[in-house]
Design a protein around this ligand. Structure first.
Ligand SMILES: Cc1cc2nc3c(=O)[nH]c(=O)nc-3n(C[C@H](O)[C@H](O)[C@H](O)COP(=O)(O)O)c2cc1C
Length: 218
């Protein structure tokens, strides 16, 4: 059930390469930045409806998409262009995409499957049982690799990594508004438990969980 670069098999999406090419992001919208800022609100309850792969791709692009190919610069600023973040998609309810943990490959705007299965409940358990994580069709997890930034800036790099998490998250929130979706920042969780639940490499520290889902009509 996974859409793959390696081709389609009789209409079914192939799982062979564990790579999922994402649709090209849209670069326009009918909603202004000002309206998105006005409308953004933390939402913790969502409809039990799937997101599309286009919506997922758009949210990931907003998080860390490449916007200047020659230098690899992205949608969010980064101290000294050290880019300390890896971005994970915890997919639960996405049309045409198997539930699983995927890493966003920003260089190629595609997903790399890391583990199959629905990890939302496990992730929620690692975050005081917060229901927004299980309700959300997806969760985006920002994992920081401090060394990328501290090797250039020393201890001050720690501050820069945390600031950068905010930039990335706000991009996701505003993009969610533009797509008519709801989201919430989740900072209350046990780092070790999240790292274990998602089987993250030791040097990748989870700093933010961003559930996203379809919202109930206002
Ligand atoms: C760093 C940070 C951590 C947060 N952690 C959580 C959280 O764990 N769970 C939650 O439901 N909301 C969390 N929030 C959301 C805040 O509760 C929310 O932003 C605040 O109530 C203001 O509402 P607004 O986002 O709608 O403007 C967090 C917000 C920030 C900035």
């Amino acid at each position: 059930m996974i859409q793959s670069e390696s081709g389609l098999e009789s209409g079914m999406l192939s799982i062979q390469s564990n790579i999922v090419k994402l649709p090209e992001p849209r670069l326009d919208s009918s909603i202004s930045v000002e309206q998105a800022l006005l409308d953004r609100r933390s939402m913790r309850s969502y409809k039990n409806q799937p997101l599309t792969i286009a919506e997922v791709g758009q949210l990931l692009w907003a998080a860390q998409g490449i916007t200047e190919k020659s230098r690899g610069f992205r949608t969010a600023p980064s101290a000294g262009a050290t880019f300390p973040f890896e971005v994970y998609l915890i997919a639960g309810n996405v049309t045409g995409l198997s539930a699983g943990i995927y890493q966003y490959d920003y260089h190629h705007h595609r997903l790399m499957l890391r583990r199959e299965g629905d990890f939302r409940a496990k992730l929620s358990e690692s975050a005081l049982g917060q229901s927004s994580i299980t309700n959300g069709a997806i969760n985006i997890v920002l994992a920081g690799i401090y060394k990328r930034t501290t090797q250039r800036y020393g201890d001050r790099g720690i501050r820069y990594v945390h600031i950068e998490a905010g930039h990335i998250a706000q991009n996701v929130f505003l993009q969610a508004v533009a797509l008519g979706l709801g989201s919430v920042p989740i900072g209350a969780f046990n780092d070790n438990k999240v790292q274990k639940a998602l089987d993250l490499p030791k040097n990748e520290i989870p700093l933010y969980i961003l559930p996203v889902g379809k919202i109930h009509q206002k």
